[in-house]
Structure formats: structure tokens, C-alpha cells
Design a protein around this ligand. Structure first.
Ligand code: 25A
Ligand code: L14
Length: 340
């Protein structure tokens, strides 16, 4: 543990993830000296608080970074592409929550429970990428299984909350729900269809191979984080009318045989994970229960009797916390403690 304190920027500070990043800096007692909040011109002049002190939001520009050590970015991919290199050039290391840099070979993609050592590669470009929310919670749960039994193949279905899309999407679910219950039509804006009382097999944009970009993030990011291109992965990602926390059904084919009991025992000792698996007493992870927590919850652990070495499980975590803000601040902690 270092006794230094750091000059820290939050870029996209007013967003769903940005506001949570500020809370995580407080909760994790990050050693902050100076703190600056940045957003678009729309939000410049607004005030946000840190440890009881009001700080005015400033407009993000290429000149925002001189004299700062670490910038946490969550202002969308385009904003990160434009401004993160300016931060790095000014000597301010970026931990970026967008999808902009994740697959860049010179930029580490880090989940502290899985590949903390990858942080060292921040030196190449001055940027560290935070993975996609659905990927983070899954690899936290898979890490002990990967080390102990090996992973041959994953078949994933997700049930993703609207908060991942940002503040406007949370408002859209709320408004549509009220309108529909009052007998009025639902107006779609953020999503192409009604999200209240519905499920949309569509997250991010569709690619030429028929998969959504969210689905391919789960494939490519998982392989990069484990440093293993041989894992076979296929995913279907679905938006559901849940405010907070993503749920995932994951079918795992391990390399060597694992029993459900072995997996339960292994995961119950692993960092960042809580096993909630007593279905006969209605105990299994739920999005409403995970919301607001940093833990990844795992339950419904059972053997897939249709294949050799198959395991099914249900993984739930708060997508804005462990899926975004918490993980980003944990990466910043690794950086501050070990490298700065
Ligand atoms: O490209 P990506 O990586 O796929 O990311 C797309 C979007 O997903 C969210 C995030 O939205 C991002 O914009 N996001 C990204 N990664 C995420 C993750 N892992 C994730 N969400 C969950 N998990 P958001 O609503 O959370 O945050 C938006 C923030 O980004 C700031 N911002 C946008 N463009 C900017 C910028 N900051 C600086 N320069 C720019 N060019 C945005 O700033 C907000 O902080 P803001 O202060 O302008 O937003 C003020 C309010 O307005 C809302 N809003 C945002 N966009 C619009 C909008 N209102 C109307 N029209 C818009 N186009 C915001 O919700 C905020 O309340
Ligand atoms: O981080 O749920 O790549 O709409 C972009 C899509 C985060 C979630 C990312 C969503 C995602 C977001």
C-alpha cells in the first residue's frame, strides 16, 4: 500500500457509470489529492459531491489533463477515442470503461480477480481498458474453474438490465411501464422497440456475421482476459425490463470432469464471489438482490447431463458496479499501489 495521493479525473462524471465511479472512489477510499469532474458542455456548471464537498463539472477538452495522474473515462466510445490519447500524452493514465480500446493489442484489458498482472502493460499506450459488463461478471465466476479444470467451450445467454445503456434508458423503462399500466401506448426512443414488459434479443449493433457486437464482445474479450484463444464461445445477449444487474445462464464444458459439488466448493472460496445455491429453499441469485453490491453471485450450479464435462450455472451482478465503476476503480487501485 502506497501513502501517496493522486490527482484524479472522472470523465463522463454525470452519467450512469460516472456517478457510480465517484461513489466507488469514496467507498474504496482511493488516495485522492486533487479531483476533477468532466462531461460534455451540456453538463458543465452542474455540481457533484465527493466526500461531502461540492465540485463543479467542467467541459472535457484536449487540455483537461495536465497535472493529473489518472483519468477514469465513461463517456462513450467516441469520446474515449478522441480524448484518451490526449490524456495519455499529458502523462495522465486512462482507465477507460468504453468499448473503444478493449481489443487493441497494446492496451491491457483487466479484471483484477483474473489478470491483475496485465496492468503493467499500461506503459505501452498510457491506457488500460475496462471490459464489458457481461464479460466481467462471467470471467470472475469462471476464473477458478478455468484454473482448476480448464475450459473447452462456453454457451451463454444473458438477461441484461437497461442501466447499461445509461440514464436515458432507465428513464425509458420507467416511463413506458407507467404509460402502459395507465392504458397509454409505450413510446420507444432509446431502444428500437418497447422494453417494458418485453425482451429484446438486441444489444449494441448487429455485425455481418449475424451476431450483435455485445455478443462478440463476450467472445473476444473473454479470450483476451484469459490469454487463451482456444476457448470456444457462443453468446446470445438479451435486454430485459430490469433496472439494475445483469443475469447470465452459462453452460461450461470443462477440459477435465468437475462435479457440481466441486464447483460449488471452489467458487465459495474465490474472491469477489458468493455462492447462493439452495434452490429447494428458493435461494438463487436475483438482480434485485445484487443491485448496489460489488459481489458476483452464482447459483443453480448443476451438471449438464447432455454432454461430457458439462456444468450449468446462473451468474448475477450489478452491471454498473462490478460491471463498470467498481472494476474501473479496482484497476486504478492496482495501478496506484503497484506502479505509480
Ligand atoms: O460507446 P459505448 O462505449 O458503447 O458507450 C455508450 C454509452 O453507454 C454508456 C454511457 O452512457 C455511454 O455514453 N456506457 C458506456 N459504457 C458503459 C458501461 N460499461 C455504459 N453504461 C453502462 N456500463 P451514460 O448515460 O452512462 O453516460 C453518458 C456520460 O457520457 C458523457 N458524455 C457523452 N458525450 C460526451 C460526454 N462527456 C464529454 N464529452 C462528450 N462528447 C455524458 O455527459 C454522460 O456523463 P453529459 O453530462 O452530457 O450527460 C448529461 C446528461 O445527459 C444525458 N445524455 C447523454 N447523452 C445524451 C443525453 N441526453 C440527451 N441526448 C443525448 N445524446 C446523460 O445521461 C446525462 O444524464
Ligand atoms: O461496455 O447495455 O461495451 O447498452 C455497451 C452497451 C455496456 C452496456 C459496453 C448497454 C456496453 C451497454
Amino acid at each position: 500500500m502506497t501513502d501517496k495521493a493522486f490527482n484524479v479525473i472522472v470523465a463522463g462524471a454525470t452519467g450512469a457509470v460516472g456517478t457510480q465511479m465517484i461513489t466507488c472512489l469514496e467507498e474504496q477510499d482511493f488516495p485522492v489529492d486533487k479531483l476533477k469532474f468532466l462531461a460534455s458542455s451540456r453538463s458543465a456548471g452542474k455540481s457533484l459531491t465527493f466526500k461531502g464537498k461540492a465540485i463543479e463539472v467542467e467541459e472535457l477538452t484536449h487540455d483537461s489533463f495536465a497535472g493529473f495522474d489518472i483519468a477514469l473515462f465513461s463517456a462513450g466510445g467516441g469520446t474515449s477515442k478522441t480524448f484518451a490519447p490526449s490524456a495519455a500524452e499529458a502523462g495522465c493514465i486512462v482507465v477507460d470503461n468504453s468499448s473503444a480500446w478493449r481489443m487493441d493489442a497494446d492496451i491491457p484489458l483487466v479484471v483484477p480477480e483474473v489478470n491483475p498482472e496485465a496492468v503493467a502493460d499500461y506503459k505501452k499506450k498510457g491506457i488500460i481498458a475496462n471490459p464489458n459488463c457481461s464479460t466481467i461478471q462471467m470471467v470472475v465466476a469462471l476464473e477458478p474453474i478455468y484454473r482448476e479444470f480448464g475450459i473447452e467451450r462456453l454457451v451463454i445467454s444473458t438477461y441484461q438490465a437497461v442501466s447499461g445503456t445509461g440514464v436515458a434508458a432507465v428513464e425509458e423503462l420507467r416511463t413506458q411501464t407507467v404509460d402502459l399500466l395507465e392504458g397509454k401506448p409505450a413510446r420507444a426512443g432509446v431502444y428500437p422497440h418497447q422494453i417494458a414488459f418485453n425482451c429484446l434479443p438486441h444489444i449494441d449493433v448487429f455485425l455481418d456475421n449475424g451476431y450483435s457486437r455485445e455478443e462478440m464482445k463476450m467472445v473476444n474479450e473473454t479470450r483476451k482476459i484469459f490469454g487463451d484463444e482456444t476457448i470456444r464461445i457462443t453468446a446470445t445477449t438479451v435486454r430485459v425490463p430490469v433496472f439494475n444487474s445483469h443475469s447470465e445462464s452459462v453452460n461450461i464444458q470443462t477440459k477435465s470432469k468437475a462435479t457440481a459439488e466441486q464447483i460449488r466448493e471452489l467458487l465459495s472460496k474465490a474472491p469477489g464471489i458468493e455462492v447462493m445455491d439452495d434452490p429447494s429453499n428458493n435461494v438463487y441469485p436475483l438482480p434485485v438482490h445484487a443491485a448496489g453490491k460489488d459481489t458476483t453471485y452464482v447459483g443453480r450450479i448443476r451438471e449438464d447431463e447432455s454432454i461430457e464435462n458439462g456444468i450449468n450455472m446462473w451468474i448475477v451482478s450489478d452491471n454498473i458496479r462490478k460491471g463498470a465503476a467498481t472494476n474501473t476503480v479496482q484497476i486504478a487501485q492496482l495501478l496506484a499501489n503497484n506502479y505509480l
